[in-house]
Design a protein around this ligand. Structure first.
Ligand code: COS
Length: 385
């Protein structure tokens, strides 16, 4: 659903120019320094990128899902680290509040997140609970007007930058699975919250993850998202449904960028007296990549439109995340192959993308978890017929 075509066109135009002229030229420096320069962050704020998906009544741009994926296609065309910085405020770091938060919770946090003054982060994964998210062990024990949190969260995106965390913790230890889990907002600076050292990742330098440790961390009971215990796992799953669609769109953008780079190289580089692009075996790789990208783009747009129509797109989001992230990996592999020796050397940039996009098949649910979600939905739907 496009709310306002003219405004959207303007946003996409500005964004496309920003990506081309400001982000792409800074990719190598960000990878080397493992840091996004402050002036780029300021420009992102000025463009409203931190509040793309935060409703207008809380000072965001209030994009629909279809508009959001169109924006993500553009943002995907540069190093994923840039998208990652604004990603949590628009996605997993704010959506728990947007979907299930109370009015007071929304008013307290969302406007500052939309402005980029406050970074939100999503704390679900733990050292012993990754794909099996419902087995998480962090506890939140009610004590008068407070909850006291204990536990460790792992690989938390933007934790070093975060001002607030959406934390999934077990409020009912007698329920081992999903039903015992509640979601909370925890502000950084609360006594008992500390961070581990920044993880040294394979790629996506400039985007940071680390452990978040809660040790007798006392938070107001009012920070229970939505004010209801026992529904935190469902909140997390709803947040991930949307996040998976967004990541799928980013994968489409990244694949388009890599194909474009590979095509440009194949047109310039000559071997055996002609451009690489003239060789049919190279053409096959270009063609397979283009068909892959086209398929993923159509899927993502279709699922986004269905979500805008308030349909349950849990299965479709998983289809998109699985297909688009695997597709992106295939395109990255072919791009390196087309670049040949240059594809393995850092100055050409394509090996960096190859490493960066590897994460798409893992975070916000591995390909195997998406398969599980898709199959379970199929089986459930068959049972309903
Ligand atoms: N929306 C709303 N509710 C949902 C839901 C969704 N998309 N998916 C599941 N639920 C509900 C179920 O309906 C069920 O509720 P009831 O008990 O009332 O029926 C409850 O949540 C538990 O669901 P389920 O039984 O399917 O839970 P499982 O423990 O089997 O786990 C998977 C489900 C594996 C799909 C889930 O743990 C998962 O997505 N894991 C990956 C986590 C992940 O993506 N981590 C990435 C890091 S966070 S960036």
């Amino acid at each position: 659903m496009i709310n306002d075509q003219e405004t959207l066109n303007l946003l996409l135009e500005n964004l496309s120019r920003f990506v081309r002229e400001r982000l792409v030229p800074n990719e190598a420096e960000v990878a080397e320094s493992d840091r996004i320069p402050g002036h780029i962050v300021d420009e992102m704020k000025a463009l409203g990128l931190f509040g793309l998906c935060i409703p207008q009544e809380y000072d965001g741009l209030g994009l629909s899902m279809e508009e959001e994926v169109l924006v993500a296609f553009e943002l995907g065309k540069t190093s994923p680290a840039f998208r990652s910085l604004i990603g949590t405020n628009n996605g997993i770091g704010s959506q728990g509040l947007i979907i299930d938060g109370t009015e007071e919770q929304k008013r307290r946090y969302l406007p500052r997140m939309a402005a980029g003054e406050l970074i939100g982060s999503f704390a679900l994964t733990e050292p012993d609970s990754g794909s099996d998210a419902a087995s998480l062990r962090t506890t939140a024990v009610r004590d008068g007007d407070s909850y006291v949190l204990n536990g460790t969260k792992r690989f938390i995106t933007n934790a070093p930058e975060a001002g607030i965390f959406t934390v999934m913790a077990r409020t009912d230890p007698t329920i081992k699975g999903a039903g015992g889990i509640s979601a909370f907002v925890v502000e950084v600076g609360t006594p008992g919250v500390s961070l581990g050292k920044i993880d040294q990742k394979m790629g996506q330098k400039g985007a940071h993850t680390c452990d978040v440790i809660f040790q007798d961390c006392r938070i107001p009971a009012a920070n229970l998202i939505g004010g209801v215990e026992g529904v935190g796992f469902k909140t997390a799953m709803r947040v991930l449904d949307k996040g998976r669609l967004h990541i799928a769109a980013v994968c489409v953008g990244a694949a388009e960028r890599m194909l474009n780079d590979a095509l440009t190289y194949a047109l310039e580089r000559k071997q055996f007296g002609q451009a690489l692009a003239e060789f049919q075996l190279i053409q096959a790789m270009l063609a397979d990549s283009q068909a892959d990208i086209y398929a993923a783009r159509c899927m993502v747009l279709d699922a986004a439109r269905k979500r805008d129509l308030k349909q349950d797109v849990s299965m479709e989001a998983s289809c998109c995340k699985m297909f688009a992230s695997e597709m992106c990996g295939r395109v990255a592999d072919r791009a390196v192959q087309i670049f040949g020796g240059a594809g393995y050397v850092s100055e050409y940039g394509i090996e960096r993308f190859y490493r960066d996009v590897r994460l798409f098949r893992i975070y916000e649910g591995t390909t195997q978890i998406q398969q599980l979600v898709i199959a379970r939905n199929l089986i459930r739907r068959a049972g309903q017929n």
